[in-house]
Ligand binder design. Structure first.
Ligand code: TMP
Length: 208
């Protein structure tokens, strides 16, 4: 494997991931470091199809286990077809969400045993972990108000507040447990300050 780095961006609904992603894109292009930006669930045509299955609101109940397996199915495809080839070719990769989201949403939100998630993680990732994870943190009410102001809600955005409280708790817990790769960014402050915090985290990472 080359020394290309794998960065992930995580955050609650309405934390401002999309805006921050553009900031990070600019940060790397100014430094002339090619960065492949991708997302989960999705990132390849096949995995994007799984994404739309997962996100579409539907009347038929979807079991938590099926949701979990589909997340990892999409991830396996994404890793094999896009992330690993890029890293092996020396290209840095930024993924808008990755497995921390599974721990947070399926583990925290849905209540799936974290050990089951860990088992699938080992199977699919074979030890691969992000080198850096930027987690944009906002209080649930702030994030949901922003997300719900955007219009139609996907299957996740339709969840109750409790679901997001549990999701956020797991993100914060993981940030503590994996402190060497996690940086928690307070996304409930003026955008300029959020950008500043991201810049500092990236500066420290790229010069390390
Ligand atoms: P977003 O990243 O565009 O906000 O939408 C993706 C949705 O999918 C979001 O609500 C979080 C959810 N998700 C999971 O539940 N588990 C996962 O493993 C991933 C990657 C995303």
């Amino acid at each position: 494997m080359s020394d290309a780095k794998f960065i992930t961006l995580e955050g609650m609904e309405g934390a401002g991931k999309t805006t921050c992603l553009e900031f990070i894109r600019t940060y790397f292009s100014q430094r002339e470091t090619p960065l492949l930006i991708t997302r989960e669930p999705g990132g390849t045509p096949f995995a994007e199809e799984i994404r739309s299955i997962l996100l579409s609101p539907r009347d038929e109940p979807v079991s938590d286990g099926v949701e979990l397996l589909l997340m990892f199915a999409a991830r396996a495809q994404h890793l094999e077809q896009k992330i690993l080839p890029a890293l092996q070719a020396g290209q840095w990769v930024l993924s808008d969400r990755f497995t921390d989201a599974t721990y947070a949403y399926q583990g925290g939100g849905r209540g799936i045993d974290l050990a089951e998630i860990e088992h699938l993680e080992r199977l699919v990732q074979k030890g691969l972990q992000p080198d850096l994870t930027l987690y944009l943190d906002v209080p649930i009410d702030v994030g949901l108000a922003r997300a719900r102001g955007r219009g139609e809600l996907d299957r996740f955005e339709q969840q109750e507040v409790d679901f997001f409280e549990r999701t956020r708790d797991v993100y914060l817990q993981r940030a503590k447990e994996h402190a060497s790769r996690f940086v928690v960014i307070d996304a409930n402050q003026p955008l300029a300050d959020v950008y500043e915090a991201i810049s500092l985290a990236l500066d420290a990472f790229v010069t390390a």
